[in-house]
Design a protein. Structure first.
Length: 156
């Protein structure tokens, strides 16, 4: 049976989460197959992206929030894990959050703590408005270059 791979960019409604995936459909797929593919796509789009490569590809950054999901107008901690892919050692890691649609950031200052050779915790995070936020992780390399990983999160 001939199958075609359809590259799909799926946007998850109010979550503002974008997921990329490959759906395999027959050239003349029936409605049942299309509906099943749509259900798979919705499942993929519902989960926020928590792992990113940094802007120059030197590091793989993942995060987890405590508590999860990230609460509205309440303090939370952001745990970070940074794997070195091809970049030099890191001098520092900083995190901040911004609301791109409103051109402002948080009203609080975060305090960073190193937890392991590749683990960090940002304390004092607080997202004071509902909507889409961008978590910006700045990776300060030992050679002076700053790489960034960005995560979009929806807060309700």
């Amino acid at each position: 049976m001939n199958r075609i791979a359809t590259r799909a960019a799926l946007v998850g409604g109010a979550c503002g989460v974008v997921a990329f995936g490959t759906l395999s459909l027959r050239p003349h797929a029936g409605i049942d197959e299309l509906q099943a593919a749509a259900r798979v796509a919705e499942t993929r789009a519902a989960a926020p992206v928590t792992v990113q490569l940094s802007s120059l590809g030197g590091y793989r950054v993942s995060y987890s929030a405590e508590p999860a999901p990230i609460p509205l107008n309440e303090p939370f901690e952001l745990g970070l894990h940074v794997d070195r892919v091809a970049g030099p050692a890191l001098r520092a890691v900083n995190v901040r959050a911004e609301m791109p649609e409103h051109s402002h950031g948080m009203n609080t200052e975060t305090v960073m703590h190193r937890r392991a050779p590749d683990g960090y915790v940002a304390q004092g995070m607080l997202l004071h408005m509902a909507g889409r936020w961008s978590m910006l992780v700045d990776l300060h390399r030992a050679d002076g270059i700053i790489e960034r990983a960005a995560f979009d999160v929806a807060v309700e």
